[in-house]
Design a protein around this ligand. Sequence first.
Ligand code: FPP
Length: 230
Amino acid sequence: MDGNGRWAKQRGKIRVMGHKVGVESVQEIVRTARELGIKVLTLYAFSTENWKRPAMEVQALMGLLKSYLESELANMVENNVSLRCIGQQQRIPPEVVKVLDRVIAETANNDGLILNLALSYGSRNEIIQAVQALAAECLQGKIRPEAINDQALADHLYTAGQPDPDLLIRTGGEARLSNFLLWQASYAELYFTETLWPDFRKDAFLTAIIDFQQRQRRFGRTGEQVTGAE
Ligand code: FPP
């Protein structure tokens, strides 16, 4: 969800104002995902690297997150949305974790849309944690090293049990993955747009999805194999 800071700067406002309007985009994109019947939506709200930002900005982001969760709980329940959190929850301020845990618990049985919030999330760290857990299981004799395969590793990631993403959208003109779902996005279609996150609304989301629908997903096979032309 890149581009909040620039959006604010272009309007002579402080960066936090961009994040604030960015929350409106979050609301619109979640609503649209639900309308479209999308099964899983993961929002990269705060990376492990984002802790390096000025304390005032970090504090404002945590505050926005807390108020978003408080105000959206009823909506999530009503719209069958199940909230999950991926990332290092132990680094999030306790007052935010309290609300987060409550929303996660109260929406746990919903099965319309899984909404993953990536908070204090870093993909390399997630993979290292999974590898450590597998190594420990090997040492305890629970599994043999040869039994470690794609599935075993995926089962130890925060996203265990969820399908891999089909489409990864990055706003704000950057063409990087920035430590986001590196394992899970191996075969995801990447979509980069110049649109800044606060301007990324329903129409922009639909444009990205239509672009995705026109891609041919080959997963290593030839185009002819996929279309059945051969
Ligand atoms: C990156 O843009 C954006 C973030 C680090 C924060 C994203 C947070 C929100 C949209 C609001 C809170 C989230 C939820 C789920 C309620 P940037 O600040 O790096 O923008 P820039 O590249 O223009 O500087």
